[in-house]
Design a protein around this ligand. Sequence first.
Ligand code: CMP
Length: 140
Amino acid sequence: MAVERTFSMIKPDATRDNLTGKITARLEENGLRVVASKRVWMSRKQAEGFYAVHSARGFFNELCEFMSSGPTVVQVLEGENAILKNREIMGATDPSKAAVGTIRRDFAKSIGENAVHGSDAPETAKQEIAYWFSELEIVG
Ligand code: CMP
């Protein structure tokens, strides 16, 4: 299995509830290493740019409003099969459908306020990492 990098965000609902440490511990306990991390309060424009792929969806406005409503922790995670592993640790987008023991099952409030985001494929991981980090900020 290859060592990969993926992008992760701890969303404003989770930072508001002071869950940054608990969520990061779940990632680390499952073999992922945080190789870059920063706390940002993204602007509406940054949220729109990050989620541009969803711009035609009915929830886009609500999503960008929420993502710019408070601090977010953006991270780069590294590990074997990191993209898929992170998605397993996060659980399904809708917390009511997320498996027992996943971050979203335990900490998310709703499909909109769902605690975390993680890249879904190698190409998106690359784009999402580059959206928030320069190479110099990633220390493996
Ligand atoms: P995320 O993994 O960050 O990717 C896109 C986000 O859109 C998703 O998590 C959800 O938080 C959000 N989203 C998806 N579907 C809906 C929906 N029906 N209503 C509100 N937000 C949604």
